[in-house]
Write a protein that binds this ligand. Structure first.
Ligand code: TA6
Length: 304
C-alpha cells in the first residue's frame, strides 16, 4: 500500500493536493484549487465532499453520523457501486452494491488541468479475496475532475477472454434544504421499477416530488436530471453518459432510523440520491478487450 509520505512525495502538490490519514487509518486526499475544494477517501475511491467556491451550501450530503472505518461504506458523498447494484444476483451474503465502495483503491496519477481543475485518477486494487467474489479479469479506474463542476468517469476494461455482466452506480447523495420542497425534472414519461412496492413497474408523470419513502430505478433513460431546490434557490444539474438507469432514493424517517448512520436531526430530510447507474434491466455486457465508461457531471446554479 502507498504510504502517506510516498503519496505526498509522488502525487501531492503542496496544499493543492494533500494526502493525510485519519485516526482510523483511512487515507484521504484533500484538493484545493481556484474553483472548488474536495475530499476523497482512497477506501472506495469515495468522493466525500465537493464544494465549488461559488456555492454557499454543500452540494454533496455527508451524514453527520457517517462511519469512517475500514470495510464499511461511508454514508454520503459518492459511493461507487460496482460490479453489481443492490443485492448480488445469487449470493446474498455478499456486500450489497458490490465491493468497490469498501475496497482499497490506489492513486495512479494526479494532474492539474490547464483551466486549474484537479484530476485524480484511482484504480481498484485487485486482491485474491475480491477475485473470489468477481472471477473476471478487468481493470477499473475512477477519474475525478474537481472544478466548478464535478466530473467522474468510472471505466471498466475487460482484460480477460470471456465477456462479463456488470451492474454499477455512482450512488450520489445531494444536499437539499428539505426533501418535501424539492422537485426533480428530467424523468417525465419514463418507466421505473418501484422498490418500495416489490419492483412494480410504473410510469413517471411530470416531475418527481417527495412525500414518503421513495426508492426507484428509472430504466432506459440517459436524460439529464435537475434537482430544483426553492429552499436554497439552487438547481443541481446531473448530466451523464454510458448510463441507462437513474436511481432516485430517499428513505424517509422510519427507514432512516433503521439504517442508523443517516444522520441526527432528521438528516434524511436534507438529502436525496440521484444515481447514474446501469442496474436491473440495464446491466451491461462487457466483451473481452472492451472498455466501458460511465460518466457524470454535476453543476450548480443559484437563482433569485
Ligand atoms: O440506491 C437506493 C438503494 O439501493 C436503496 O434501496 C437503499 O437501501 C440504498 O441504496 C442504500 O443502500 P446501502 O447499502 O448503502 O445502505
Amino acid at each position: 500500500m502507498q504510504s502517506i509520505q510516498q503519496l505526498n512525495a509522488r502525487y501531492g502538490v503542496g496544499q493543492k493536493i494533500h494526502f493525510y490519514s485519519d485516526q482510523n487509518g483511512l487515507v484521504t486526499v484533500h484538493i484545493e484549487n481556484p474553483h472548488a475544494s474536495a475530499k476523497i477517501a482512497l477506501q472506495g475511491a469515495h468522493v466525500m465532499e465537493w464544494q465549488p467556491h461559488h456555492s454557499e451550501e454543500p452540494v454533496l450530503w455527508l451524514s453527520d453520523q457517517a462511519r469512517f472505518v475500514r470495510g464499511r461504506s461511508i454514508r454520503g458523498g459518492v459511493p461507487v457501486c460496482w460490479p453489481w447494484f443492490g443485492a448480488h444476483a445469487t449470493d446474498e451474503s455478499l456486500c450489497p452494491h458490490g465491493f468497490a465502495r469498501v475496497a482499497q483503491w490506489k492513486i495512479v496519477d494526479t494532474v492539474i488541468d490547464p483551466d486549474g481543475a484537479t484530476r485524480i485518477i484511482m484504480q481498484l486494487i485487485e486482491t485474491q479475496q475480491l477475485g473470489k467474489q468477481w472471477p473476471h479479469h478487468c481493470e477499473v479506474t475512477l477519474t475525478v475532475i474537481v472544478g466548478s463542476a464535478l466530473r467522474m468517469q468510472l471505466t471498466t476494461t475487460n482484460t480477460g477472454t470471456a465477456p462479463f455482466v456488470l451492474g454499477e452506480a455512482l450512488h450520489t447523495y445531494f444536499h437539499v434544504s428539505d426533501i418535501e420542497v424539492i422537485k426533480i425534472s428530467g424523468l417525465d414519461n419514463t418507466q421505473y421499477q418501484d422498490k418500495v412496492e416489490g419492483y412494480a413497474v410504473k410510469q413517471q408523470e411530470g416531475d418527481i416530488r417527495f412525500t414518503e419513502e421513495t426508492d426507484r430505478v428509472y430504466i432506459n433513460t440517459e436524460s439529464t436530471c435537475v434537482i430544483e431546490d426553492p429552499g436554497l434557490r439552487r438547481r443541481i444539474t446531473v448530466q451523464k453518459s454510458g448510463s441507462k438507469s437513474t436511481v432516485v432514493w430517499n428513505p424517509w424517517g422510519q427507514k432512516a432510523a433503521e439504517i442508523g448512520d443517516l444522520g441526527s436531526h432528521s438528516g434524511w430530510r436534507h438529502m436525496v440520491c440521484v444515481e447514474s447507474a446501469n442496474a436491473t434491466d440495464n446491466v451491461v455486457t462487457v466483451a473481452p478487450g472492451e472498455v466501458h465508461t460511465l460518466e457524470v457531471e454535476y453543476s450548480t446554479e443559484y437563482y433569485l
